[in-house]
Design a protein around this ligand. Structure first.
Ligand code: N01
Length: 542
């Protein structure tokens, strides 16, 4: 397809104005680059713009889930809750965009359709759905890891006469479910957060569960002013210690390295109970081998199943809610009253593993030959994670190679940051980086700083393009695979593996090991970017 003439020339185009894009734009502007952001939403905030469903909140503590690039910002901003709710994080993103004067650089309601590398001019052409054609030296994809909503193609979906919603595309003005018969499909983190809220409003709530998930109470509460004062007195030190943690948060969380298997039954129970009370991800810190050994994992899983049986009054419902698999293999959920919700008279659990959803009708949906009458359906069916938001754009690198073809058997990157064959294209928190396995604000900031430094190096060398070397990419993909194989992660059907999207290659996408990754980036930076190859202006030697 022919390309129209460019409408704007830039040094850098950043796609996406979530927490990654905002930080990237800020850092590149400070380098003196002409930079612009495009964002398909009507405002900044990314994930936190779209996921407005009731109950949506972060599962990383607010003191950690925030930027560290500005000491003034982190001192001034005051979180109200231990785990911030969606409106507060969205307000934070807005505050950052205003405080650092980023709004004028961001074009909203603009989605990127296609991008093509022009090897002769060593520049990208990028076309949007608003008719812009950007001619840019650098193209930074800050499109998010969990931003391409996944709605399964259920037969007859269009026949349904009621209202439908996806948790990841929630209406801006909210939804009133009072007096309605509501169905929720999906019991991942989003489902587990929204279900208790829907249950309070709806006349009847039917939860369609395919796989039971492990969830630990989040134990959200207002922030403790003494704790905040302590952290703020030496925030830089808190951040430094957080970066040394497996998931880049909670440097003061109790974490044990001993084996479940070495503990007596009493000690196991005591430790699991203590960490259940701490809440959320902290449960997995009860012992050192919960996500490494299947036998150790079984004890942790069995403890949680015991909790579910104790909370849920109806034994048959409790059994259906008890997950069979490995705890922590899929992302552990953090809830506020999820299991308790099934003790309400207006809530019903339908197992769709035994009897999958056959089809929608005008008035509901059918499982195992039974029609469930519904007014509204909420899809909490997740995302085409990590690669979806990139592959929904037609991206073509050198020799017209498409990213979709390059990644046909799974994503290939160097450090999750660059792809060989795609010069000057950067993927923030891309597959092959710790991304979704660590605090994502720290992750995007780390990538924004690295991309800034890589571009500064390129400019200092008087080069015009940088690209991941093919060998560096191959070795890194191997490293990522070896890392995940040492864990229990590849042993379940998670979105980390793309297993939730029919036809998606089954490859474990994130890199396991945030602190090692940080050390690796530091070494690469100090060593003048081995694995990255520079190209000078045509006609000049490299
Ligand atoms: O999506 P999911 P999510 N028929 O993919 C079910 C982050 N997040 O939006 O498990 C029936 O986890 C599917 O069933 P199964 C967090 O990283 C964070 O909930 O595939 N059911 C599953 O139950 C999280 O992990 C926060 O068998 C179908 C559900 O839909 C990630 O986002 C909050 C189906 C999808 O679960 C994604 O979470 C929210 C079908 N055809 C999200 N297809 C916090 O910070 C899918 N399902 C707390």
């Amino acid at each position: 397809m022919k390309w129209p003439a460019p409408t704007q020339r830039l040094d850098a185009l950043v796609v996406g104005a979530g927490l990654g894009g905002l930080c990237m734009i800020h850092l590149l502007r400070a380098e003196g680059l002409s930079v612009k952001g495009v964002e398909r939403a009507g405002g900044v905030g990314g994930t936190w713009y779209w996921n407005r469903y009731p109950g949506c909140r972060c599962d990383v503590e607010s003191i950690d889930y925030s930027y560290q690039f500005s000491e003034e910002l982190q001192q001034d901003w005051a979180w109200t809750e231990r785990y911030a709710a969606q409106p507060e994080i969205l307000a934070y993103a807005e505050h950052v965009a205003t405080r650092f004067a980023l709004h004028p650089l961001i074009q909203l309601e603009t989605g990127v359709r296609r991008a093509r590398w022009d090897d002769e001019r060593q520049r990208w052409l990028v076309e949007t759905d608003r008719g812009d054609v950007f001619d840019t030296r650098f193209l930074i994809m800050a499109t998010g890891c969990l931003s391409a909503a996944n709605t399964p193609a259920f037969p007859g979906r269009d026949e349904f006469a009621g209202r439908t919603f996806h948790t990841g595309l929630w209406p801006q003005d909210g939804v009133d479910f009072t007096g309605r018969r509501v169905g929720v499909i999906g019991t991942g983190s989003s489902g587990i957060q929204v279900i208790p809220f829907l249950a309070q409003q709806a006349a009847e709530l039917t939860v369609f569960q395919r796989t039971a998930n492990f969830s630990v109470p989040a134990r959200n509460r207002p922030v403790d002013p003494d704790e905040v004062a302590r952290v703020k007195a030496s925030y830089a030190d808190h951040r430094r210690r957080a970066r040394q943690q497996p998931a880049a948060f909670g440097p003061d969380h109790p974490r044990h390295s001993d084996s479940v298997l070495a503990a007596t039954p009493e000690e196991r129970r005591r430790r699991f109970e203590e960490h259940w009370q701490l809440g959320g991800f902290m449960f997995l810190g009860a012992f050192g081998d919960i996500v490494l050994s299947e036998e150790a994992n079984w004890h942790a899983a069995e403890f949680v199943r015991g909790k579910i049986r104790a909370i849920v009054a109806d034994p048959a419902t409790a059994e259906l809610l008890c997950p069979k698999g490995i705890i922590g293999c899929k992302r552990l959920c953090a809830d506020s009253g999820y299991y308790e919700t099934f003790n309400r008279d207006n809530v019903r659990l339908v197992d769709v593993s035994a009897h999958p959803i056959e089809r929608f009708t005008a008035t509901g949906l059918v499982t195992g030959g039974t029609e469930h009458a519904l007014d509204d359906v909420v899809f909490a069916t997740g995302f085409d994670a990590m690669t979806g938001s990139l592959l929904r754009i037609d991206i073509r690198g050198r020799d017209d190679l498409s990213l979709a073809d390059k990644w046909a058997a799974g994503p290939l990157t160097y450090l999750g940051l660059m792809v060989s064959g795609f010069p000057n294209l950067f993927t923030m928190t891309g597959p092959g980086s710790p991304s979704v396995l660590a605090n994502l604000v720290t992750g995007v900031e780390q990538h924004a700083e690295f991309i800034r430094d890589l571009i500064a190096w390129l400019r200092a060398e008087d080069a015009v393009a940088v690209e991941a070397g093919i060998e560096a990419e191959r070795d890194w993909v191997h490293t990522v695979n070896v890392r995940s194989e040492r864990t229990l992660y590849p042993r379940c059907n998670s979105w980390y593996l793309g297993a939730n999207v029919p036809g998606k290659p089954r490859v474990f996408m994130p890199y396991v090991g945030f602190p090692d990754y940080t050390a690796k980036l530091d070494t690469i930076r100090l060593g003048r970017f081995p694995g990255f190859e520079l190209r000078c202006q045509p006609g000049r030697a490299t």
